[in-house]
Design a binder for this molecule. Sequence first.
Ligand SMILES: Cc1cc2nc3c(=O)[nH]c(=O)nc-3n(C[C@H](O)[C@H](O)[C@H](O)COP(=O)(O)OP(=O)(O)OC[C@H]3O[C@@H](n4cnc5c(N)ncnc54)[C@H](O)[C@@H]3O)c2cc1C
Length: 572
Amino acid sequence: MSLKPNQLSRVAVVGSGLSGTSFLSGLVGWLHRDQRRDIEIHVFETSDEFGPGIYKTSLPETCFLNHENNSMGWVAPNDPDAGPDHYFKYLEINAERLAEEHECLDISVLKDPSGYTPRFVYGKYLKEQFDQIERLAKSENLPFFKHRVKVEKIKILGKQASITWKENDQLKKQDGFNIIIITNGHCWDHPLLKDTKNTSNFFPVYPIKRLMDRDAIAGKRVVVIGTGLSGIDAVFTAIRSGAEQVILTSRSGRMRSVRAPFAKYYRKFFTRDAVNQIVEERGKITLSQVTDLFLREYTAALEAYRAYQQDPEQFKDDAWSSYIGQKFYVPDEHPNLNDLIFPDDPVVRLRDDVREAESCPPDKGLIWRSIAKSMYDIEKGLEFFDYVYQQLSVEDKIVFMKKMYRLQLNFTAAMPLPSAKRLLALHQQGKLVVRKGFESISNDSNSGLLRVEMNDGTSVYADIGVDATGYSKDMTHDPLYRHLMAEGECVAHPAGGIAIDPITHALLTDDGLSSVLIAIGPATIGSTYVLKPDSIGNSESALRIAKQVYTVLTEREAVEPSAKLEDSLVNV
Ligand SMILES: Cc1cc2nc3c(=O)[nH]c(=O)nc-3n(C[C@H](O)[C@H](O)[C@H](O)COP(=O)(O)OP(=O)(O)OC[C@H]3O[C@@H](n4cnc5c(N)ncnc54)[C@H](O)[C@@H]3O)c2cc1C
């Protein structure tokens, strides 16, 4: 980095959602700690709120967080209370005020560490975090600037970059940024929308305002395409607006697993040592070896549990097996893992899942969930799985992303039990139909309705269609990245998202790693995989990167990227 000592350096943050706010929290926190004022910070945000990002404070109370209150925290590095339960601590202090401000909020849910709050409450929390950061910056006279604009273009000029946006139909530009942090969130553009010409009755789930419009929705049949959590948001919101019936559909019809108790499980076979041993012996690990290790763990745990059930005495000196016996619960009818996770009929699966989640003793965990959780767990397991992912070849990463990503989402972004019960109740009342086998959607010129073709040859008709098929992992759909790609300043990762160095988060360009551009958040999914889908993962990365940026700009020290990245991508 070619900066003279004491020269003011400039940092831009594009997008102030959870990732951008966490980054700012780190950077401003360290500047404050060291009493430095030599970094000028510019924050660009297109929406009318700084802080909430995807958790807009205008969301209806029908859109819930998919994590418990005590695991959604983390921002605020200079706050000794920061950590996964930071949000819950905020709720404990503010529950009465929030419930007074919003009639729809149930105070007992706000005060329950394992409750699920509507997402808008988390948005308020993030907004307040952002405001605190801004106040701290102002009180310290830090050069901190907010721009409520949509960044249209980032252009690299040697070791610096410029940012362009439109204001009152005029193009405006700021030059001379030493580092730009791109935290612009998800890329929503989706090809499904382009198939339908009449978009007045077919629209994407977010922003959810159109589904909140009672006049437009009441008495209508609504088809929701996409059975993930956004689809569930659409179902509840359409029903709230008086929809006569909602048809929820997707190709597989699979809904997320229901969150259930899980006990801590200590992996014995699928461990870092086992992975390292294979990598050392064979130079790499393949996807099938990873799967074998997982299945070995699962089988061994199940066998140990069964043996323990039959003769607990035999295991009294074996800490691991007796631990299994005490902590785990296996239902009598225990199907194999795949059937358990993806059985044929979506509603049967939902019902089974709810039954299991409710019957599982609260101090115990279903054995398969516990093993899976130990791999995907937001604290230790995620880090481990990310580590495994980084050992795979790019070809295996592509397959892994296709096959394992969904499975992983089942645990990291599982369906809250209250949501699952609400869905079942709607199904029982005939308000909700769940169909698998979605093929296509089009306008039916005869009836003026939307026609959804299913793969069994049947059709479903609806007045309103909602695209809840999720965000795109193809960053050529994102205007900012598309432009950077055209200029050779960024390349796509073959497994999805853009290619970044997993350590420094610097963008990979046609000529090596960028010294100016850093990305954090959903766009980095193929490069960092497991850490990305969750708030806490993004927040953790953002804080780490803030420390790096602070070090680079104040001490002029380079942070070494991981050498593996470029080698592995070159071969694709
Ligand atoms: C529907 C949904 C629900 C989710 N629920 C949960 C959950 O319950 N728990 C959980 O842990 N994770 C959840 N996630 C995962 C979530 O994506 C991440 O947790 C996290 O919010 C990502 O934060 P971010 O700041 O990277 O992106 P975002 O929150 O999307 O923020 C990006 C910001 O950038 C701004 N922006 C975009 N483009 C520009 C531009 N050109 N110029 C200026 N500003 C721009 C946007 O307005 C936005 O404010 C959910 C994801 C989705 C899609």
